[in-house]
Ligand binder design. Structure first.
Ligand SMILES: Cc1ncc(COP(=O)(O)O)c(C=O)c1O
Length: 399
């Protein structure tokens, strides 16, 4: 796919994206866009961000041939892009370090953000500590319980964690309240954690995450002398998946597979299959495919993985799906927990429950392919935050 160049100047990815916000926010978002566009091409900014990634994040993250997992799957080679090894334990830091430099350029002294699994919240609290900024993190009360280790981490880093008790008490509600707080405190900087929300966030977050795919391409060319046959990643809002896929969009021989949470099953009402089952709508200030009932009301999503529990999805993914450039599949909670255990037992790597969705699909796919085929999976985060919940609530301990 040559000449792929989105968003347009209005922040549209085809019919998706844009900016549907009250006038008070419109101007603030224009400022953020202006600051980002100025920085994006500034060699000093690029140098500083690259430096921070090298010495603070620990980039480049390794691309690891998971040989035991590959043997277990019995087919294609499975490589893991080890975003779990980044400082703070997930891909989220790629975005928050970049946005911290944007906030600093704008002279902001306070960050606010939403979080689902707590990984983005930790990554925001981390950069707030590092850059000497105040920090409020909004988190659904249900996620506060499931991901309490990350709540302690955020607090230790000096952030205020605000439990959100409205709605379903998960990520969607946390974004609702955080956006509300941003409207009331426009002097703060709102650090969105995925490739969602009003323009310029989907573009900016994608750009900051695309370091994943740039590295992975170089690494796989070095390891295999060719591009992979598949790139596979889990999709909540879409930032780790786009981060891996963006560099490969022009390389049509690389199939891009977006793994969504099928929760308790695609045929139940408890899933987060926005790409698979959503309809065009507006959520959190942008247009995308979003889970809706027959009356067009936004439906609740569900996944055991808090970071995937979102009824919408990034606008660029919706476009890539329409263009036929990404394939979308669903993986259930039960399957993700199976992969969580399998990766732990075969490779000694405990993945985030979110990332385990991608691992499950990659193993299944590998088993159907010849041994000379190559799959790159984005291991978006590590599972420390999930261990207690998985161990106490989700697995059969007799095993
Ligand atoms: C480890 C991990 N992977 C994936 C996700 C999903 O987000 P995204 O789709 O933006 O990568 C999250 C979100 O919290 C996460 O913590």
């Amino acid at each position: 796919m040559k000449n792929y160049n989105y968003p347009d100047k209005n922040g549209q990815f085809g019919q998706y994206g844009g900016k549907f916000v009250p006038p008070a926010l419109e101007n603030v978002l224009k400022e953020v866009e202006r600051a980002y566009l100025e920085l994006r091409d500034d060699p000093k900014f690029i140098k500083e961000l690259n430096y921070l990634h090298r010495v603070y994040t620990g980039r480049p993250s390794p691309l690891y041939l998971a040989d035991s997992l590959t043997k277990n799957a019995g087919g294609a080679k499975i490589y893991l892009k080890r975003e779990d090894l980044n400082h703070t334990g997930a891909h989220k830091i790629n975005n928050t370090l970049g946005q911290a430099l944007v906030a600093r350029k704008l002279g902001k002294t306070k960050l606010i953000a939403e979080t689902g699994a707590g990984q983005h919240g930790v990554a925001v609290a981390t950069v707030a500590a590092k850059f000497g900024m105040e920090c409020d993190i909004y988190m659904g009360e249900r996620d506060v319980v499931n991901q309490h280790i990350n709540v302690y981490r955020m607090k230790l880093l000096g952030a205020r964690v605000v439990p959100v008790t409205t709605g379903q008490k998960t990520l969607k509600d946390a974004i609702d309240v955080a956006l509300g707080a941003f409207i009331n405190e426009p002097e703060t900087y709102y650090m969105l954690g995925s490739a969602v929300g009003p323009h310029p966030y989907p573009m900016m977050v994608r750009d900051f995450q695309s370091v994943i795919g740039r590295e992975a391409k170089k690494q796989i060319l070095k390891a295999e002398g060719r591009l992979p046959d598949y790139a596979v990643a889990c999709v909540g809002g879409g930032s780790n998946a786009l981060g891996l896929f963006y560099e490969f969009i022009p390389d049509e021989e690389v199939k891009l597979v977006a793994v969504e949470p099928a929760g308790k099953g695609a045929d139940t009402n408890q899933h987060g299959l926005a790409l698979g089952k959503g309809k065009l709508g507006v959520i959190h200030g942008f247009k995308c495919l979003v889970l809706q009932d027959d009356q067009g009301e936004i439906m609740e999503s569900y996944s055991a993985a808090s970071g995937l529990d979102y009824p919408g999805v990034g606008p660029e993914f919706c476009l890539l799906k329409d263009l036929g450039r990404v394939e979308t599949v669903g993986v259930t909670d039960v399957e993700a927990v199976e992969a969580f255990q399998l990766l732990s037992e075969t490779e000694g790597i405990i993945p985030a429950l979110e990332s385990a969705h991608a691992v499950f699909y990659a193993v299944k796919l590998a088993g159907q392919l010849d041994q000379d085929r190559v799959i790159v999976v984005n291991l978006s985060g590590r599972g420390d935050k999930d261990v207690k919940n998985v161990y106490e609530n989700l697995i059969n301990k007799e095993k």
